[in-house]
Write a protein that binds this ligand. Structure first.
Ligand SMILES: Cc1cc2nc3c(=O)[nH]c(=O)nc-3n(C[C@H](O)[C@H](O)[C@H](O)COP(=O)(O)OP(=O)(O)OC[C@H]3O[C@@H](n4cnc5c(N)ncnc54)[C@H](O)[C@@H]3O)c2cc1C
Ligand SMILES: C[S@@+](CC[C@H](N)C(=O)[O-])C[C@H]1O[C@@H](n2cnc3c(N)ncnc32)[C@H](O)[C@@H]1O
Length: 669
């Protein structure tokens, strides 16, 4: 149509388009598709979002279609995703373009991406910017539709009808740099994004401009800056923005003891640990640009609870969406995403994500399964009930009981996983691991620093993080936290004809894992306040008997089949949720919030009195695999003053100060 102004494009010697009007590039051609992939696809965690998606059509909205690079990349990924996952979902990609390229320029620009030739030819065959202000094209047997609105982004978005639940699952905010194109990056645009967004919608954009980040926050997006490793390539972008739509909070302001005040900014943190919690913390901090020193008392990392041969990876889910289940649901998704990403990056650790069945082996559990299915509060791809025939079919062996099936759960080898995470952390160039370093004492100094005494000397430290598992009970600075130790012994059983075909983890009172290195793990014992890690024959016998009493003679095992065993200590909390954050000043809590004993709803303005620079991430209990990555993200957000990846209620449920607050409320005077 006549009012469409086409782009004034110049091409450089490599054939890359450049906007003469905006004096800006369309994409960074030095890095191929890498940057678009990082800033839009990875920042939106788009493949994981498709995996988790449980409606029929996933909607992406983009500003600035340009040459369509973001679209073609997404299309390619979506087709691969559908092929791998036999998924039935469809994709609707809504884009906007105020200054479209002419057909001729488009054809020239798309020559840069021969890998998308088939798709780009399809688009070019119908691309007709004069014909309409809006065009829809379909791809991949109509599984994907692309609608381009040839007009200003906010005007185009404002004309789209939005259902009550919102429309868009993910946003790609492209467009030239805000400084060169302030007209597009407007309050009107941000308002439209919030209008279109579904709750939880994600957003990725290349810009980290303050007014864009603030503008997004003001309309209800939780905004995060992402830092990338820079392999010494100066052209590479090292920061971008990622956001999630949470909506605007209405209602009363949050009470003081739930508020974690901002921290002094810093570039370094020292982690005390060597297990899963510390590995995840090191990686999360390094990814946010923090330099990390990790001190581990043992000769090698992963010698504590994280040294078990096999651990089951699955969320603890109840029939209702209580706070415990919601945390483990979110934690599970984080863990799975991190572990799959590590595998994709080439890090190796033994694992199997072929599902887990919680076997309903007695009447009470069959009843529980029925109620679970009636209530049906969780997505099917997280958990659903299956018949005994399906259990036999899916597990690969004759279990002969129905069960609750978690198709994406599985098992990993924790010590190998810890090694892989540490390798990934070291590869950022920001993490140093020092073994044989035992932290002996910690003292608070007047200058907001901590004096750390180890077996190798003393050092002043700004940020000190204890990821010390069950050893946390021996650390003076953590003495006021209600942590306890629960000993557990796992037995490794020789595989045999009867059990070798087991494909999924089976849970009963304990668990049984598929074969790895010729053995299956069974366990585990559960002895409160017992911190003796020497092996006990009677515990192996207990594990064999427990399995037999729940699932019968499924492995045909006796003590002669025990190949190895391991006893380690779980670090537990009274409410079975872990803790992450700054260590609270307990006496100050008791002083500030004493009125809670008279009125538990009393509203306080006074923010929580916390020890600045002193953090704890522990209490992972029997679920570290499903919680450590998310907890590490929370810790890193706190240290970097970024937005937390969980809401305020969940943050308080994970706060080390929740226990003193609950004690005050209980101590009614
Ligand atoms: C028998 C058993 C079975 C389990 N099964 C599962 C399962 O199936 N699925 C699951 O998700 N989870 C399972 N868990 C739980 C899981 O293993 C833990 O939640 C997780 O490994 C805890 O990791 P962490 O880093 O907190 O602790 P740890 O792995 O214990 O690490 C603590 C680290 O701190 C170091 N350290 C301590 N004190 C000091 C000091 N003063 N100076 C320097 N370094 C210090 C130690 O050397 C150690 O490396 C199981 C645990 C046990 C014991
Ligand atoms: C950096 S380029 C986008 C690159 C594009 N995603 C690609 O793959 O080629 C920015 C695009 O935003 C478009 N644009 C600029 N202002 C706009 C506005 N107000 N509304 C919609 N699109 C706009 C430009 O014409 C340009 O095509």
């Amino acid at each position: 149509m006549s009012q469409i102004k086409t782009a004034n494009v110049k091409f450089d010697k490599n054939g890359a388009p450049f906007s003469a009007d905006f004096d800006d590039i369309y994409f960074d051609n030095t890095l191929g598709c890498q940057q678009s992939e990082q800033v839009f696809i990875k920042a939106n965690n788009i493949e994981q979002a498709w995996l988790n998606f449980n409606a029929s059509e996933f909607v992406i909205a983009e500003t600035g279609f340009g040459t369509g690079l973001n679209f073609f990349l997404t299309l390619e990924k979506f087709i691969a995703f559908k092929r791998c996952n036999q998924s039935a979902i469809k994709l609707h990609f809504i884009s906007t373009e105020k200054y479209p390229l002419t057909l001729q320029d488009m054809r020239k620009a798309l020559k840069l991406w021969p890998q998308f030739h088939l798709f780009s030819e399809q688009l070019l065959a119908q691309y007709d910017i004069a014909a309409n202000t809006q065009q829809t094209y379909t791809f991949a047997d109509a599984a994907v539709s692309l609608t381009i609105h040839f007009r200003d982004a906010s005007a185009a978005f404002s004309a789209i009808e939005v259902p009550d639940k919102g429309l868009v699952d993910a946003f790609y905010l492209d467009g030239f740099a805000p400084s060169r194109n302030p007209e597009m990056w407007s309050k009107a645009l941000f308002t439209q994004l919030a209008r279109l967004a579904k709750k939880g919608a994600s957003l990725g954009t290349f810009t980290v401009a303050g007014f864009v980040r603030r503008g997004l926050s003001e309309v209800g997006f939780k905004v995060n800056k992402i830092h990338y490793g820079n392999d010494g390539n100066d052209a590479e972008k090292t920061e971008s923005t990622q956001a999630r739509f949470i909506g605007l909070r209405r209602g009363k302001p949050i009470t003081g003891f739930k508020v974690r005040e901002k921290v002094e900014s810093s570039k370094h943190a020292t982690i005390v640990g060597g297990g899963l919690a510390s590995a995840c913390a090191a990686l999360a901090l390094a990814n946010k640009g923090i330099n990390v020193t990790l001190l581990c008392k043992d000769e090698q990392i992963a010698q504590g609870a994280s040294s078990n041969a096999i651990g089951a990876l699955f969320p603890l889910l109840h029939q209702d969406k209580d706070s415990l289940s919601l945390f483990y649901q979110q934690g599970f998704e984080h863990s799975l995403a991190l572990f799959k990403q590590l595998i994709k990056q080439g890090y190796q650790f033994s694992h199997g994500f072929d599902g887990l069945i919680d076997v309903s082996y007695k009447a009470a559990l069959v009843q529980r399964q029925q109620t679970f299915c009636q209530k049906n509060v969780w997505p099917d791809d997280l958990i659903h009930g299956i018949s005994k025939e399906q259990v036999n079919d899916i597990s690969g062996i004759d279990v002969d009981h129905p069960g609750l099936y978690m198709p994406r759960a599985g098992w990993v080898c924790p010590p190998e996983l810890v090694q892989a995470i540490i390798q990934a952390a070291i590869a950022t160039g920001k993490v140093k691991v020092k073994t044989n370093r035992k932290v002996l004492a910690v003292k608070s100094l007047a200058n907001n620093r901590w004096l750390l005494t180890t077996n190798k000397g003393q050092k002043q430290i700004q940020n000190l993080i204890f990821c010390t598992g069950a050893d946390s009970l021996a650390i003076d600075s953590l003495a006021q936290l209600p942590l306890s130790v629960v000993r557990g012994q796992v037995s490794q059983m020789q595989s045999n004809d009867r059990i070798e075909n087991l494909k999924t983890v089976l849970c009963h009172k304990g668990y049984l894992t598929p074969e790895n290195n010729g053995v299956h793990c069974i366990g585990a014992t559960f002895d409160k306040d017992d911190n003796d890690t020497r092996l006990r024959d009677e515990d192996d016998q207990y594990n064999i008997n427990m399995l037999a009493s729940c699932l019968g003679d499924i492995g045909n095992w006796s003590m002669a089949d025990v190949r190895a065993s391991k006893a380690r200590l779980r670090c537990c909390t009274p409410d079975h949720l872990p803790m992450v954050g700054r260590v609270p000043k307990i006496e100050k809590h008791q002083e500030y919030y004493q009125h809670l004993s008279k009125d538990k709803n009393w509203h306080y303005k006074q923010p929580a009195p916390l020890n600045n620079g002193l953090y704890v991430l522990t209490g992972l209990g029997a679920r570290g695999l499903c919680s450590a990555p998310l907890l590490a993200e929370i810790l890193a957000a706190e240290i970097c003053n970024d937005d937390y990846p969980v809401d305020e209620e969940m943050l308080f449920n994970l706060s080390p100060n929740r226990f003193v607050i609950r004690d005050l409320i209980k101590s009614k005077s």
